[in-house]
Design a protein around this ligand. Structure first.
Ligand SMILES: CC(C)(COP(=O)(O)OP(=O)(O)OC[C@H]1O[C@@H](n2cnc3c(N)ncnc32)[C@H](O)[C@@H]1OP(=O)(O)O)[C@@H](O)C(=O)NCCC(=O)NCCS
Length: 237
């Protein structure tokens, strides 16, 4: 397991503690790990685990969720089993209200054997990770899900740069909709993100507001060879 601390670029206005604490778990699971980890889960989580069709997916969920409880417990000074979670209207997990007073916020993302956890103090946060790969239907997906501005930037890329550009765009958009908690109920054409290899990770626009004033900031990282990830954090508590 690797722990990273990203310092989000300084926000205009009063200074805030905007460190982003990212933990990378890779590889996630083996059968023995999952057996031991089950003890840390709640009844509801065990029930969810029992509904996975494939053993491998179930084991990954169990280990990743137990690790989330351990990471939250260590930051809250409580036992992993005592961490209570609630879910937003679109499924975003959060600490139960009596623990949320700690200010701790988190989000997580899985891809293959890599799980990323992001933590912050007092700022909503979203994270997404993907393996960069060639997808035959990437152009069609970009045409359907990317905003006009993103589609233009994507189409202008050299063919060799497109897989990276595609997944940079995808993870950045996902990290944003996960930070706000709306998931895919937030229309993906209402905001633009940077995606080319030469630009820093950035929110360029949210609805009618330029990215710099939108209240959210973005960082990118490469958590493992062949993977890209993005984190979005709120400016205000
Ligand atoms: C659920 C969703 C929020 C992310 O799903 P995903 O990218 O498939 O999966 P990830 O591994 O990145 O994230 C899953 C984790 O996000 C968290 N999560 C679930 N709903 C969430 C929400 N509304 N907001 C933030 N986080 C959420 C959960 O912790 C979940 O992991 P867990 O179930 O093990 O606890 C949602 O955006 C989705 O279904 N996306 C589909 C992909 C897509 O079409 N993207 C278009 C981008 S251009």
């Amino acid at each position: 397991m690797v722990a990273l601390t990203l310092q989000a670029r300084a926000a205009p206005g009063p200074s805030t503690d905007d460190a982003i604490d990212v933990v990378v778990l890779n590889p996630v699971a083996g059968r023995e790990d999952a057996r031991a980890a089950t003890a840390l889960l709640s009844d509801a989580e065990r029930h969810r685990a029992s509904r996975f069709v494939f053993d491998r997916d179930r084991d990954r969920f169990i280990v990743a969720r137990a690790r989330l409880r351990q990471l939250l417990g260590a930051r809250l000074g409580t036992r992993p089993e005592s961490v209570a979670l609630v879910y937003g209207a679109h499924g975003k997990p959060a600490l139960a209200p009596w623990l949320a007073d700690s200010g701790l916020r988190f989000n997580l993302s899985h891809c293959d054997d890599v799980t990323l956890y992001a933590f912050s103090r007092g700022h909503e946060i979203g994270i997404d990770v993907e393996a960069v790969r060639v997808m035959p239907d990437a152009d069609a997906i970009a045409a359907r899900f990317f905003s006009q501005c993103e589609q233009q930037a994507y189409r202008a890329l050299e063919p060799r740069d497109r897989p990276l550009g595609f997944f940079q765009c995808w993870t950045r958009k996902e990290a944003f909709i996960k930070a706000i908690g709306d998931g895919l109920s937030y229309p993906l054409d209402r905001f633009d993100v940077s995606l080319t290899p030469v630009e820093p990770a950035k929110i360029l626009r949210v609805e009618d507001t330029p990215g710099d004033g939108c209240g959210w900031r973005m960082e990118s990282l490469s958590p493992a060879p062949g993977f890209v990830a993005a984190v979005v954090i709120g400016d205000r508590e």
